[in-house]
Design a protein around this ligand. Structure first.
Ligand SMILES: [Zn+2]
Ligand SMILES: [Zn+2]
Length: 284
């Protein structure tokens, strides 16, 4: 029962510790009713390559950030409200094993756990938090999600015209509607995607045509963009720059402290705190 833990000192200490580890780079996390359910390192497939990221699962939000000093200091905090999250299991592919997609209104990406067991633990805990949250709060499931970006390495040529080869001169742009990589000529327009940003975002020509003809859902009637004190108000702002160079700020390289043998490792098993155990499917 999560309720037992709500006021527990141990939980308060854990949440305070997460807040302290992000320091001034993060949002205040001490919110009444918030329970830290689990934490651990997952490999996040970023735009250029997979990178270790620290994840914290709470009963209402998923937090992740870059690891500056393992277990001590994190930055680049992202907060995803769980009512916007849906998970999709991924088949193993090449070097990428035990993965799933975290799909949300504002940001969607793939993560990978060290083992199949950890994958099922993570997925079960996240799914349980989502269903408990929806049942408890009466919040509606958000059905319009941001796309998972196609990694740069998967797109040597523009995925719209299938002609332009990317180079230092021909830079890649990600369509914020479909997540595909498009050349400049194929992504000259912007469209308002309110669940991702208050400003119009770059979309590919195909999506622009669909969106402007009303054949694709740019809006989601269920989505309430009103202020939510639990949520990082700025979480959608990271790609807002007008020059639109598609930099996922997760990709910015970690601070030098990270090279001092504190390299995070997904070898360390995730910790899930007692009181909120879902049924984890045995993997053997
Ligand atoms: Zn193109
Ligand atoms: Zn598109």
């Amino acid at each position: 029962m999560v309720d037992r833990l709500v006021n527990s000192e141990a939980n308060a200490r854990r949440v305070a510790n997460v807040e302290a580890c992000f320091g001034s780079s993060g949002q205040p996390l001490m919110v009444p009713g918030r329970v830290l359910v689990g934490e651990g390192v997952l490999t996040k497939l970023c735009r250029k390559k997979p990178k270790p990221r620290q994840f914290f699962l709470c009963n209402d939000i998923l937090i992740y950030g870059n690891i500056v000093i393992n277990k001590k200091k994190y930055n680049k905090q992202h907060i995803i409200p769980l009512e916007t999250v849906r998970l999709k299991s991924l088949e193993d592919n090449g070097n990428l094993h035990n993965g799933w997609q975290i799909i949300s209104a504002t940001k969607s990406f793939a993560v990978y756990a060290a083992t199949a067991t950890e994958k099922s633990e993570w997925m079960a805990h996240i799914n349980k938090c989502i269903s408990d949250l929806l049942a408890r709060s009466g919040k509606k499931v958000v059905t319009d999600h941001s796309p998972v970006w196609v990694p740069d390495s998967d797109a040597p040529v523009c995925m719209v015209c299938c002609k332009t080869k990317f180079s230092t001169l021909n830079r890649r742009h990600h369509c914020r509607k479909c997540g595909k990589v498009a050349c400049n000529a194929c992504s000259t327009k912007k469209f308002l995607l309110p669940q991702q940003s208050s400003k119009p975002l770059r979309v590919c020509d195909k999506c622009y045509d669909l969106l402007s003809s009303g054949n694709a859902s740019a809006n989601d009637d269920n989505f309430n963009p009103g202020p939510d004190p639990l949520v990082d108000q700025d979480s959608s702002g990271e790609d807002d720059d007008d020059d639109d160079d598609d930099d996922d700020d997760d990709d910015s390289d970690d601070s030098p402290a990270n090279s001092n043998n504190t390299t995070p490792s997904t070898e360390v098993e995730p910790t899930f705190y007692p009181g909120n155990q879902p049924q984890v499917q045995a993997s053997d």
